[in-house]
Design a protein around this ligand. Structure first.
Ligand SMILES: [Fe+2]
Length: 95
């Protein structure tokens, strides 16, 4: 639900805001995957998570190439998006 709200709200702010949102979310997801990988032994699951991580990094790179930094109030917007994303991860771990 948070993801939907973030996507809809930033899209309403404009294309670059949506790209700023995407880059911020992917940065948080990258950190989350790295945290998981640090706790996992080598194996099929770790390999799959690393593949997912690489895909998310590609999305982040695309968003940056598409003008994420040029969004209005990009720094503030990304700080808000990262906070919401981290909160969603914490919630997902608990429920
Ligand atoms: Fe992604």
């Amino acid at each position: 639900m948070g993801g939907y709200v973030l996507g809809a709200a930033t899209a309403a702010l404009g294309y670059q805001a949506a790209m700023a949102c995407t880059a911020a979310v992917e940065e948080v997801i990258d950190a989350h995957y790295q945290e998981q990988l640090a706790q996992l032994p080598e194996g099929a699951l770790a390999t799959t998570i690393e593949q997912f991580r690489q895909e998310e990094l590609e999305h982040k790179e695309t968003a940056e190439q598409q003008g994420a930094a040029d969004a209005p109030f990009a720094g503030l917007l990304q700080m808000v998006v990262k906070t919401i994303s981290r909160t969603a991860i914490i919630a997902a771990k608990r429920f």
